[in-house]
Ligand binder design. Structure first.
Ligand code: G6P
Length: 606
């Protein structure tokens, strides 16, 4: 995930910037850079790879000066490279940016048409061009940034410096974290408290739409219209280790809470409301030659593939098979050149998924990768790559990577369905509108997590759990069971609710909690019948149901209400309480949540 640090004061900036970036290293990044001003102009030093590479470069060619900005980049637009690393400088204007500029294609075309020359593939460079253009007529740097930002759609935290305004840093925030650190005759700006906690504990949390002007003497904040606003500083009492997790006790909990943002980022710039369609970052999959889709993946990504099957078959009416990558690669599968293989891998490095992709390619299929890591091995090996924009996931148990995979698969399925003509514009419009509403619904759902804490304590000492669902909730039952066993070490099984009578029903007694996914949808009644079969055998039922369901309370021991959305999109919401349940059960048991025993985040061996 990208990180930002900025400094203005009486000391040398470079060591402060590098130290701040080092504090953010744990978040994952692929390149780093600084811009430091001295003697009328700033020097930009950037380097792909680890921070140490930048430090070595700075030792060879120092960047002295007492004003500067620094950045660690986690690529989203444009591959990891020296030229795509931040800061981006246009004229005298240097910019660092976290987030995604949604209208970057349009803005870049406009700027190029009026003569701007780009030196990188990033969306960030656009901001530098826009600010540089505004500076010719603006009264100061703050004004230029404010005007430039009126043209930008998306999520961002930016910090800007300009060679002609060396006494000022200007920062702005929209839907991406930004903080200001206060010192004596010196001030700081950063994307995260962690970056500047070694320097100051007096922090202003910048709010939505704020534009911040930082000088040595002080900090002034205005709203997007230029009206001054007051923000009260907070004294931070967290340790650096706590700050790395934004105050959350574990990365997993932090990542659960990051999901609304991650989903919004995955949707950003990809929804084409004018044409009731989706733009897949320039990927056009020619459906005329595709007779079948085969999805291959491991672990949590396998579960998202199972949901993907429902979406693609429903919207595009192309038959879909889903296979575990470790099975597919060794069972001599039938592969045709009319197959599209979709490989899903959060890390893009899983050995079995890579083996499956290699095999599919050797046998003539086209491969589309869905991954969270730009330029990782699986996307590089594939014909097409589509990226989830979840940001790096540190907790071993996958959460935001999973929900953004579901969102990506929905986008892909809509795209395919519009191509085959089996998804009407009206239905696509409805789906797109509901997708855009998901981040808010998810945020509201996550905020009600306290109920899960109570349930986790109540059932957390059980020897086993059963998770059940039907249709597209069945893969979510599998995912709920996987989450629970991964981090709490309690045996859990995910089962199709309709299949329960063929075996697992024998397990049910008053000791076995059954989590039943029963949101509104075409299979609601049938799932309720299965749920009552559990109840009739004294099983304890924890129902995940839609808000407004008045019946479910009378047949369940616990009910967790989730917001309403289209049944096709329900899995994206219904998985959230299962993540929270696993987290709180594990917390109750005191296991190592972020690094559970025997598991690895990325399994690069067979
Ligand atoms: C490991 C992780 C799982 C993950 C699986 C597949 O087992 O612990 O959380 O789902 O690998 O990883 P991928 O990066 O290919 O999605």
């Amino acid at each position: 995930m990208c990180g930002i640090v900025g400094y203005i004061g009486p000391r040398q900036a470079t060591p402060i910037l590098v130290n701040g970036l080092r504090r953010l290293e744990y978040r994952g990044y692929d390149s780093a850079g600084v811009a430091v001003w001295e003697g009328g102009k700033s020097r930009v030093v950037r380097c792909q790879g680890k921070l140490q590479g930048l430090v070595n470069k700075l030792e060879a060619e120092p960047a002295p000066g007492m004003v500067g900005i620094g950045h660690t980049r986690w690529a989203t637009h444009g591959r990891p490279s020296d030229i795509n690393a931040h800061p981006h400088k246009v004229g005298g204007v240097s910019v660092v940016h976290n987030g995604i500029i949604e209208n970057h294609v349009h803005l870049r075309q406009q700027l190029e048409a009026s003569g701007s020359k780009f030196s990188s593939e990033t969306d960030t460079e656009i901001v530098a061009h826009l600010v540089a253009a505004e500076l010719s007529s603006a009264k100061d740097l703050t004004e230029a940034v404010r005007r430039a930002l009126t043209k930008v759609v998306g999520a961002f935290a930016i910090v800007v410096m300009d060679d002609a305004h060396p006494d000022t840093l200007v920062a702005a925030k929209k839907a991406s974290p930004l903080v200001v650190g206060l010192g004596e005759g010196e001030n700081y700006v950063a994307s995260d408290v962690t970056a500047i906690l070694d320097e100051t504990k007096e922090i202003i949390f910048v709010e939505e739409g704020d534009i911040v002007t930082v000088t040595r003497q002080g900090v002034s904040i205005t709203d997007p219209q230029g009206k001054p606003v007051e923000r009260t500083p907070t004294t931070i009492r967290w340790t650096a280790a706590q700050a790395e997790k934004d105050g959350y006790r574990h990365y997993m909990l932090k990542e659960i809470h990051e999901q609304p943002r991650a989903v919004a980022d995955t949707l950003a710039g990809r929804i084409d409301l004018e044409n009731d369609n989706v733009t897949l970052d320039g990927i056009v999959v020619d459906t005329s030659n595709i007779k079948r889709i085969v999805m291959v993946a491991c672990g949590t990504s396998y579960h998202s593939s199972l949901v993907g099957k429902f979406l693609i078959e429903d919207f595009a009416r192309i038959p879909v098979e889903v296979d575990l990558a470790s099975e597919y690669r060794y069972r001599d599968p039938v592969v045709r050149d009319t197959d599209l293989v979709i490989a899903i891998s959060q890390s893009g490095e899983t050995a079995d998924t890579m083996g499956a992709v290699q095999l599919a390619k050797e046998r003539g299929a086209k491969v589309l990768a869905i991954s969270n890591v730009l330029e990782s091995s699986i996307p590089r090996l594939s014909d097409y790559a589509f990226y989830t924009h979840a940001g790096p996931e540190i907790g071993v148990a996958s959460t935001k990577a999973f929900t953004t995979q579901l969102v990506s698969l929905t986008l892909l399925a809509i795209h395919l369905g519009r191509q085959t003509g089996t998804l009407s514009p009206e239905r696509a419009r409805l789906l797109l509108a509901e997708l855009l509403a998901l981040p808010n619904k998810m945020a509201e759902l996550i905020e009600h997590g306290a109920q899960l804490q109570v349930i986790a304590r109540r059932y957390g000492n059980s020897r086993g759990f059963l998770f059940m669902g039907r249709g597209n909730q069945y893969p979510i039952a599998l995912e709920g069971a996987l989450k629970l066993k991964e981090i709490s070490y309690i045996h859990a099984e995910g089962y199709s609710a309709g299949e329960m009578k063929h075996g697992p029903i024998a397990l049910i007694d008053e000791e076995l909690p059954c989590v039943v996914l029963v949101p509104q949808g075409p299979l609601y009644e049938k799932t309720v019948s299965n749920l009552t079969e559990v109840r009739a055998r004294e099983g304890k039922v924890i129902a995940i149901a839609s808000r407004g369901d008045k019946e479910i309370g009378s047949v369940s021991d616990e009910v967790i209400m989730i917001p309403n959305t289209l049944p096709e999109l329900q899995p994206i919401l219904s998985v959230v309480p299962l993540q929270q349940l696993s987290y709180y059960v594990a917390d109750h048991k005191g296991t190592d949540i972020d690094q559970p025993r025997n598991l690895a985040k990325s399994v690069t061996v067979e």
